[in-house]
Unconditional design. Structure first.
Length: 237
């Protein structure tokens, strides 16, 4: 054994003895508002607190498998976007070493009935990103990091369309980008840029029963697995 190997082995055994948790930031875009799914729990004093959807890796499970099971548990649908963020270390309450959290962020569509009605778990709540409070320090860090990644990725890929219905108006797309990026976008410039990118196609349908001029519905010109791969797109408005 080389010098230093014994130390590395001891360090590895310390981490394997500690808890490895998967924490998921689950995003949803509803009513022009970006929301996150929070799980309600009661502390030892009987007070209700909220946290991100999470679970520990169980024996025989993979990291990605645990993350997918969290989504299925709280959302109840299999059609979602899921991307790993990174590993986070945080103080362990049971030892002098760090526990490990592997963060993910996910996107689900409001049009999924199970998402809208939360029929699979009554202890969850969709909260607007700007209204979230009371998270513990670990979950605040993961949430902030996921928002940073989301903002970066929607400017260079089509990942944001995972939050929209299968058929959408260009105004819905614009409101999505305004909400996530926290900016105001010129409507004419946005429409022209989206159409020039050949990213969407006309679905030959329009809004019905609306008081304003009916807008056209569009659909995306790529599959879900291609959305993040196409990082050459430029969504800087």
């Amino acid at each position: 054994m080389k010098k230093g190997d014994e130390k590395d082995t001891n360090t590895a055994s310390q981490y394997t003895a500690n808890k490895i948790e998967i924490d998921c930031v689950i995003f949803n875009f509803e009513g022009e508002i970006l929301k996150v799914l929070l799980v309600k729990q009661k502390d030892n004093q009987g007070n209700t607190t909220c946290q991100l959807a999470n679970d520990c890796i169980k024996k025989g499970e993979t990291i990605s498998g645990t993350a997918q099971n969290i989504l299925k548990k709280y959302i109840g649908v299999g059609n979602f976007f899921l991307e790993q963020l990174k590993a986070f270390g945080y103080p362990s309450p049971s030892s002098s070493y760090e526990d490990i959290s592997i963060g993910y962020y996910a996107m689900v569509k409001t049009e999924d009935k199970d998402v809208e009605n939360n029929v699979f778990n009554l202890n969850v709540e969709w909260v607007a990103v700007n209204e979230i409070s009371g998270l513990n320090d670990k979950h605040k860090v993961i949430l902030d990091y996921s928002l940073k990644e989301l903002r970066q990725n929607i400017c260079k890929s089509a990942i944001g369309f995972n939050l929209l219905p299968e058929k959408f108006t260009l105004l819905q797309v614009m409101h999505l980008y305004e909400e996530i990026l926290g900016i105001e976008i010129n409507k004419s410039n946005f429409r022209r840029k989206i159409l020039q990118m050949n990213l969407v196609h006309d679905s030959n349908q329009k809004e019905e029963a609306v008081s304003h001029r009916a807008a056209k519905f569009y659909s995306l010109n790529m599959q879900q697995h291609e959305m993040l791969a196409h990082r050459e797109l430029n969504f800087n408005f």
